[in-house]
Design a protein around this ligand. Structure first.
Ligand code: NAD
Length: 275
C-alpha cells in the first residue's frame, strides 16, 4: 500500500502531551516531515521505560528540529507561554491540543476534585489551546490549523466514564464552534477521534488535590451497583490501534490536502463507531 509523504518544512507545530503515546507519535511524524516541533508536556521523560529518549531528543537525533517546553495545559497562562515560545521559530502554524487524562468512576462515585481535574486538562486545556493559537495566528495575520484529540468517547457512552466521556463530548463541540467562528479567518479546526489505542493512558496521572469535603457524604452513603450497560469494546478490526497509526490523520488534517476540511471529527478507531 502507498504512503503519503508530507512536507512541513518551515512550519512550526506545537503538540501538547507529546512526551508519551499518541502525542509522541504525532510529534515524531511532524518532525520527520520537516516541521519544527514544540513538545509541550508536564514531563520531559516518557512514562514508558521502553520509550527511552525524550521526544524532542529523538526528533533531533533523526535530523529534525524540536524543543521541549514544560507546560501544564490546564493553565491558560502556560499555554500562552508555549505559544510565545513558538514565536522564536516564526510562530505557531499547527496547534495540536492532544494532552488528556482518564479517570474511572461511576457517576455516583465521582468526586468533584477528580471531575475538575479531568475537565481542567481535557476541556480547559483544549479551549485555552484553541484560543491562544487562534489569537496568535490572527495577530500575526498568518492563519494555520488547529487539531484537537477527541475520542470515540465524544459520542459513545460507557459506564464508569462520566468524567471522561463528558470531557471528550465537550472537545467535539469546542472543535465545531471554533471551526465555525474561525472559518472566515482561514483557520481550520478539526479533531481526531482515536479508538482504543495501545498506550499507557490512564496510568501515572497525578492524584487530584482534595479541597471539598464531598467525600464525607460519599462515606456515609450506600453506593448501589451501577446497573447500566457495560459496553464491551467491539472493534470490528479485532485489535487495538497503535499510536503510530494515529499520526497520519493529524498530518492530513494539518496539510493543504485538507484545505476545505473544517469542523470535522475524524475517527481512527478500527471501526468502533460502526457497531
Ligand atoms: P498517554 O498517557 O500515553 O499520553 C498523554 C500525555 O499527556 C503524557 O505525555 C502526559 O505526560 C501528558 N499530560 C498529562 N497531563 C498533562 C497536562 N496537564 N499538561 C500537559 N501534558 C499532560 O495517553 P494517550 O493515549 O497518548 O492519550 C493522548 C490523547 O488521546 C488524550 O487526549 C486521550 O484522551 C486521547 N485518547 C486516547 C485513547 C487511548 O485509547 N489511548 C483513545 C481515545 C483518545
Amino acid at each position: 500500500m502507498g504512503q503519503i509523504s508530507y512536507d512541513f518544512t518551515d512550519e512550526t507545530v506545537i503538540v501538547t502531551g507529546a512526551t508519551s503515546g499518541i502525542g509522541r507519535a504525532v510529534a515524531r511524524r511532524f518532525g520527520d516531515a520537516g516541521a519544527t516541533v514544540i513538545v509541550a508536556d508536564i514531563r520531559e521523560e516518557p512514562k514508558e521505560k521502553a520509550e527511552s529518549a525524550p521526544t524532542a531528543e529523538l526528533i533531533e537525533d533523526g535530523g529534525g528540529r524540536a524543543t521541549f517546553v514544560e507546560t501544564d495545559v490546564s493553565s491558560p497562562t502556560e499555554i500562552v507561554s508555549v505559544i510565545e515560545a513558538a514565536r522564536e521559530f516564526g510562530g505557531v502554524d499547527v496547534m495540536v491540543n492532544n494532552a488528556g487524562i482518564y479517570r474511572h468512576a461511576s457517576l455516583l462515585e465521582t468526586d468533584v476534585e477528580s471531575f475538575d481535574q479531568v475537565f481542567g486538562i481535557n476541556v480547559r486545556g483544549v479551549f485555552a489551546g484553541c484560543r491562544a493559537a487562534a489569537r496568535d495566528m490572527l495577530s500575526r495575520e498568518d492563519p494555520g490549523s488547529i487539531i484537537n484529540t477527541a475520542s470515540i468517547s465524544s459520542e459513545y457512552a460507557q459506564t464508569g466514564h462520566a468524567m471522561y466521556d463528558a470531557s471528550k463530548g465537550a472537545v467535539m463541540m469546542l472543535t465545531r464552534v471554533a471551526a465555525l467562528e474561525l472559518a472566515s479567518h482561514d483557520i481550520r479546526v478539526n479533531a481526531v477521534a482515536p479508538g482504543i489505542i495501545e498506550t499507557t493512558f490512564g496510568s501515572g496521572n497525578p492524584e487530584p488535590e482534595r479541597h471539598v469535603d464531598d467525600q464525607f457524604i460519599h462515606d456515609e452513603m450506600e453506593i448501589p451497583e451501577v446497573s447500566g450497560r457495560e459496553r464491551d469494546p467491539v472493534i470490528p478490526m479485532g485489535r487495538m490501534g497503535s499510536p503510530e497509526e494515529m499520526a497520519g490523520s493529524y498530518l492530513f488534517l494539518a496539510a493543504d490536502d485538507a484545505s476545505y476540511v473544517t469542523g470535522h471529527l475524524l475517527y481512527a478507531d478500527g471501526g468502533y463507531q460502526i457497531v
